[in-house]
Design a protein around this ligand. Structure first.
Ligand code: ZN
Length: 149
């Protein structure tokens, strides 16, 4: 794990939260993106070296919608930057952590992402993220590309 890449905050209204965080951090969001596969709209802020990701549900059966219904708005996950997501997933699985998905997925902000189940990390949803390097073509991830970990 190289560093905390960002902190994810679940919000009900992305537009309203964008305005609030722009005031709080005194900077505008530098990126907004929908991740269709996850049913979320995201918005990113930079403050110094750190990033905040706001997440709002775009579909009612998304994980974020369920989180909001159960726990309300608030800190949703902590994301750690890694060099090699697949190697980290293997390492953590061997250490007894429960991975939510077997393979990394394309997440927001040009990243490959994977999550650890909160029950294996003291109630915290942990995201691993690896930057997709410039010029590196994103390959859709399927069984043909990644063998099971
Ligand atoms: Zn995130």
């Amino acid at each position: 794990m190289k560093k905390i890449e960002h902190i994810g905050i679940a919000v009900k209204d992305l537009q309203a939260a964008n305005e609030l965080y722009a005031k709080l951090l005194q900077t505008e969001s530098y990126k907004s993106e929908k991740v269709k596969s996850e049913g979320v709209g995201t918005s990113f802020f930079k403050t110094g070296e750190s990033k905040i990701e706001l997440l709002a549900a775009t579909s009612e059966d998304s994980a974020v919608a369920k989180f909001l219904a159960k726990r309300g708005e608030g800190i949703h996950h902590i994301a750690f930057e890694v060099d090699d997501i697949k190697a980290e997933m293997k390492r953590l699985k061997a250490e007894g952590f429960e991975l939510i998905s077997k393979r990394p997925k394309k997440g927001a902000d040009n990243k490959l992402v994977a999550f650890l189940h909160p029950k294996s990390a003291n109630g915290v949803l942990v995201e691993l993220c690896e930057e997709i390097k410039d010029g590196e073509e994103y390959i859709p991830i399927g069984d043909e590309v990644w063998e099971d970990l």
